[in-house]
Write a protein that binds this ligand. Sequence first.
Ligand SMILES: [Fe+2]
Length: 228
Amino acid sequence: MAERDIAISDTRQPLGPLAERGWSLHCGEGVDADATVSELSKLGDRLGTRVPGRAGSLEEVIEPQGTDDAHPRSLSARYGLGALPFHTELSHRTRPCRYLLLGCIDPGALTAATILLDWRTLGFSSQELDLLEGTAVLVRSGRRSFYATILAPGGVFLRYDPSCLEAVDKRGRIALALVEDRIAAGSPQVHHWHRADILIIDNWRVLHGRSSSDRGSGRRLARILIDA
Ligand SMILES: [Fe+2]
C-alpha cells in the first residue's frame, strides 16, 4: 500500500479542498487546547449540525485506547493500540454523520498518524458498485442492529467498518471482501499531527484509519461529528 503525506491546504479557505477532494487540513493558530477546540467548533458549525458520538457527547477528546478501556463495540475494543483499520465514522447509525472534524490538542511523543482513503479512488467497476449497492449486510449495534447496503442508494456514501458490518450470505461475504481487498491495494494519504492542526473529513467519501499507537504516547485529539 503506497502512502503519501498530505499537503496543507490554504488555511484561509479550508472548505474549498473539502469539496474537491473530500478532506481539508487547516493549520490552526490555537496555542492551547481551548483555542483549538473553539476553532474546531466554529468550522463544524459552518458545515452543519453537531451529532453526539458513541459515548453520547457532542464534543469528545480521543486518545488511543487499549482493548480494555474501549467501548465494547468500538474498533479500539478489537484492535486496541494497534493500527485501526479504515472505516466510516458512525457506521452503526442508519445514516453515518457527513463530516468528522479532528483537532490536535497534543500530538504526543510517538505520534499515531491518521490515514485517509477516498473510496471513489478504489477503482470499483459499475458491476462492483451494483453489488455494493444491492447487497444487504448486517450492521451490528446491539438491540438497534439493522440491515443495510455497504453503498447507499445512488452511491451517496460508503458504509464500511469491520467492527460492525457482518455478511449474512455469500453475496455479502463477496461484497465485504471486495472492499477489504481494494482498501488493502489503495493509496491512502497520511497525516502526521502537529499541535493545533484541524482535519476536516467528508465521512461519506473518505474512509479514515490510524497507524498503530502506543499507550502513554500522549496523543489527544478533539473530535466533533457533523450532520449536513
Ligand atoms: Fe473513526
